[in-house]
Design a protein around this ligand. Structure first.
Ligand code: SF4
Ligand code: SF4
Length: 422
């Protein structure tokens, strides 16, 4: 049985906070709201008080705990490596258990926990797209035509596809028997909003002769439910994915979404021994491609003109797992790309799962800093490795200059590779 850790399980880590305040310099939320309850030190202290039963779960505690992107920036900089993101998530689970889920959290649990309902809703949204959304200039996204709960009208959204990615492709795509077999964990972003990233994923792996399996019964990884504190939904989705992925023989489970990678590779790792194999096989797409000879193959391709100036945004869920090198290696090796670093490429974009729904004004302020850094790099495109970041980056850019586009690195790789004829 999949089991998420409880707040009690973090007692030792919580008690290791020495209140040094080093986390203050690295918290995106603290940078826009200079209040102790917004930073790791304040949250760890609050979690400690909740654990000891010193304070009730009053409105202020709920507000402080909701003001966290779960970005993990504080954890990597903390001298005692205190996992504040995990402690906040565990506190949210405690709050949900005692006080019930928020209205939005209930919605997340109801939809994510029922993949068939989610599929139906997404397809309906895709079919009614022209009615619900209006297109922004130069294909930079969509705006809602009407007010909707939890979504501001001025927010840039990607189109929802009327035909989800997993319904467009066969379950098994055979490759060279000498090459590994990969399970493609698509995640919801690629399945429902960015199917072109899924197509580009297939093209890259076919180029290397890899056999690809896209399990039809896979579900959401559960990260949005982690953010909402919806314990049972996360555990149910983990069980469902374990069953869907374990019934296939494969060498790797590969993701093209940073959040899915953290869901399968990090969150599931803590949920029981039965997840060990799944977790150890999980790999980010660019780590896989670099390990399996793509860089050498790209080096052999002729350079393409005109060149495109591209910068990279590190998704938090990869950066905190130490995956920063391979996406840049692939970008630098692309024959049409001039790669430039932007300032603070590793700071959070401001999405933070449910954070940008509850705290859109702060999310926009954090995103504005990212948009300014992208503009200062002189790049035309900001590439990344996470559909959620792509959505937030484009929204932030559109609130600023509207001059750049956010893309997945796989989309650029897709342009560089020869067309496959299958
Ligand atoms: S950096 Fe770590 S130890 Fe220092 S106050 Fe922040 S959470 Fe506590
Ligand atoms: S996880 Fe991110 S937002 Fe939350 S306290 Fe740490 S640095 Fe701040």
């Amino acid at each position: 049985m999949a089991k998420l850790k409880k707040l009690e399980d973090y007692r030792e880590e919580i008690e290791q906070c020495v209140k040094c305040g080093a986390c203050r310099a690295h918290c995106p939320v603290f940078s826009v709201e200079k209040r102790e309850g917004r930073v790791a030190r304040g949250k760890v202290a609050l979690a400690h008080s909740v654990l000891k039963g010193e304070i009730a779960l009053e409105a202020k505690v709920l507000e402080d705990m909701s003001q966290c992107l779960l970005c993990g920036s504080c954890c990597t900089q903390c001298p005692n490596k205190i996992p504040t993101d995990e402690i906040v998530a565990a506190t949210r689970r405690r709050i949900a258990k005692q006080k019930g889920l928020s209205t939005f959290g209930k919605g997340i649990a109801a939809v994510l926990g029922r993949p068939k309902l989610m599929n139906l809703l997404a397809k309906s949204g895709g079919a009614l797209s022209a009615l619900l959304f209006k297109k922004l200039p130069e294909d930079s996204g969509l705006h809602l035509r009407f007010p909707a709960p939890y979504l501001e009208q001025g927010r840039t959204l990607p189109p929802i596809t009327a035909k989800p990615f997993r319904e467009r492709v066969p379950e098994v795509i055979p490759g060279d028997p000498q090459q590994p077999t990969v399970l493609f964990f698509t995640g919801c972003g690629i399945n429902y909003m960015y199917p072109a990233i899924g197509e580009a994923f297939l093209k890259a792996l076919k180029f290397l002769g890899v056999t690809i399996i896209i399990p039809k019964d896979q579900a959401c990884c559960g990260l949005p439910a982690v953010s909402a504190g919806a314990t049972q939904t996360v555990e149910k989705l983990a069980e469902q994915n374990l069953a869907a992925l374990s019934c296939h023989q494969a060498d790797y489970i590969v993701t093209a979404c940073a959040s899915c990678n953290a869901g399968l590779g990090k969150i599931y790792a803590e949920m029981g021994e039965e997840f060990k194999q799944l977790t150890s096989k999980t790999m980010d797409i660019f780590v896989f491609l670099a390990k399996h000879g793509l860089l050498e193959k790209l080096a052999a391709l002729p350079k393409i003109e005109p060149r495109i100036k591209v910068t990279y945004h590190d998704p938090c869920h990869l950066r905190t797992q130490g995956i920063t090198k391979e996406p840049r290696q692939i970008l630098r090796a692309l024959p049409q790309v001039d790669f430039v670093e932007m300032p603070d490429a590793g700071t959070c974009c401001g999405l933070g799962g449910t954070y940008s729904v509850y705290h859109y004004e702060n999310s926009k302020k954090i995103g504005a800093k990212k948009a300014a850094n992208i503009a200062s790099s002189g790049a035309e495109l900001v590439a990344t490795d996470c559909p959620g970041c792509i959505m937030q980056l484009q929204d932030s850019i559109n609130h600023a200059t509207g001059k750049q586009r956010s893309v997945h690195i796989l989309e650029l790789l897709n342009q560089a590779l020869p067309d496959d004829d299958s």
